[in-house]
Design a protein around this ligand. Structure first.
Ligand SMILES: [Cu+2]
Length: 424
């Protein structure tokens, strides 16, 4: 599947050059669709042409740039009024990632981390996305970010934080990105682009909510499952009714990993149909880490496609790594109103989110203000589904975030909210 898509995308890119309709060359009116009727799902007449362009400019340097990009669990603040156009760069990288203590695997990523950067915009904003496919280049994400910490709120955190201490890996593969927050012709926009190529595309955030973006190359299960997913938060134009009361906001991303010890996964994948299709990450020469450094060597674990098909994850993780939110707990003060943007990235299981000792007093399914519910102990989300939940923390103490079946607690899908009076 990859080669026809790549060819088609190249063709469209070339045609785009000839007719001068590259979205990146246009200066769209900021928020041209802003006056569109609610629910309008077509491009307005004065919007730039739909579709993506692909070129062979191989850009290096900081792989994540944009003031609206942050690292989970944090959300970049919205500082603008009205409709704005955001230029966002998120390159695709292969890295040696950590799923939990002693568990290293080759992840495909948006921007070098699992999950990828959190994009925060306001309803009506336009997003000009660009990304270079650098899966064939050994990149150490943290050092890239340290070299240019001003490139985004994401980079400012990523340069210092342990969670992004991913090591370089080489896993050349074509990638595609699908933003669920966009209403576009997918066959002209979510094109695949090959290692060494750069894609440019744009879309307007017409609908408020919490949306996934992910790699839409087949197998989507494998591509998303190996780390290529992130979140777009589109804040409602008029906000949520509690905006003035919220003391702290966090983003919680649930996902499953299907990993097996490398030797076992190799044996299994040899007997299965190659789940990677035209991608080449399954060959040892391409998953060999260039500089394994302090991760303890090359990947000790590999994608287990049979386990994914059976829906039996090896880890269920919040914000990309088992027990991450124990090691880096969320914090609050007694009496704070807390807002959580919660999404289930799957790729397979439906799951239920609950916090011990807490009842969510407001819930907006999908993060949509019109979809308000009250007084729930939990919220159940299928893959790609999301919610904004709020509650007031009643007392000092430690509250456990539970996402999943009770058994998933043992697979890493839990975290801690530490409430301490006077917490800053
Ligand atoms: Cu999708």
């Amino acid at each position: 599947m990859a080669r026809p898509l790549v060819f088609t995308s190249l063709l469209i890119g070339v045609l785009g050059l000839f007719v001068g309709c590259l979205p990146g060359d246009q200066t769209p009116e900021a928020g041209t669709a802003a006056n569109a009727a609610p629910g309008l799902a077509t491009e307005s007449a004065d919007a730039p042409p739909a579709g993506a362009s692909i070129t062979d400019d191989y850009r290096q340097g900081t792989p994540v740039i944009g003031e609206t990009l942050s690292m989970a669990p944090y959300l970049a603040p919205l500082t603008h009024e009205g409709n704005t156009t955001h230029d966002v760069r998120i390159d695709t990288l292969a890295v040696e990632a950590t799923a939990g203590p002693g568990i290293y695997y080759t992840a495909w990523t948006f921007g070098g981390s699992v999950p990828g950067p959190i994009l925060h915009v306001r309803e009506g904003d336009r997003i000009r996305y660009t990304g270079t496919n650098r899966s064939d280049e050994p990149i150490h994400p943290a050092s890239q970010f340290r070299n240019n910490p001003e490139s985004s709120p994401f980079a400012r955190r990523a340069g210092d934080l342990d969670p992004v201490e991913a090591m370089p890996a080489l896993a050349p593969a074509a990638h595609a990105i699908d933003f669920h927050a966009a209403t576009v012709a997918p066959d002209r926009t979510w094109l695949s682009w090959a290692p060494g190529e750069t894609i440019r595309l744009e879309w307007t955030a017409r609908y408020p909510g919490v949306f996934t973006y992910h790699n839409s190359m087949p197998s989507r299960t494998m591509n998303t499952g190996q780390g290529m997913h992130g979140v777009v938060v589109v804040s409602p134009r008029e906000g949520y009714p509690t905006d003035e009361e919220v003391a702290r906001s966090y983003v919680i991303v649930r996902s499953e990993l299907y990993l097996a010890e490398a030797a076992r996964a190799s044996a299994q994948n040899d007997t299965d149909e190659d789940p990677a299709g035209a991608t080449s990450s399954d060959t040892d020469e391409n998953t060999g880490s260039a500089t394994p450094a302090n991760t303890g060597g090359p990947s000790t674990y590999r994608w287990d496609h049979a386990a994914a098909m059976a829906g039996t994850p090896s880890q269920v993780v919040l914000n990309g790594r088992a027990n991450l939110l124990h090691d880096y707990p969320l914090v609050a003060s007694r009496g704070d109103r807390i807002r959580l943007y919660v999404i289930n990235q799957g790729p397979v299981q439906t799951s239920t989110f609950h916090i011990t000792g807490i009842v969510f007093d407001r819930i907006w399914l999908g993060g949509v203000p019109a979809n308000e519910l009250r007084g729930l102990q939990s919220v159940t989300l299928a893959p790609s589904e999301s919610a904004v939940v709020e509650f007031v923390v009643p007392a000092d103490g430690e509250y456990t975030l539970l996402f999943g079946r009770m058994s998933d607690e043992n697979r890493g899908a839990d975290g801690t909210l530490v409430v301490q009076t006077g917490q800053s």
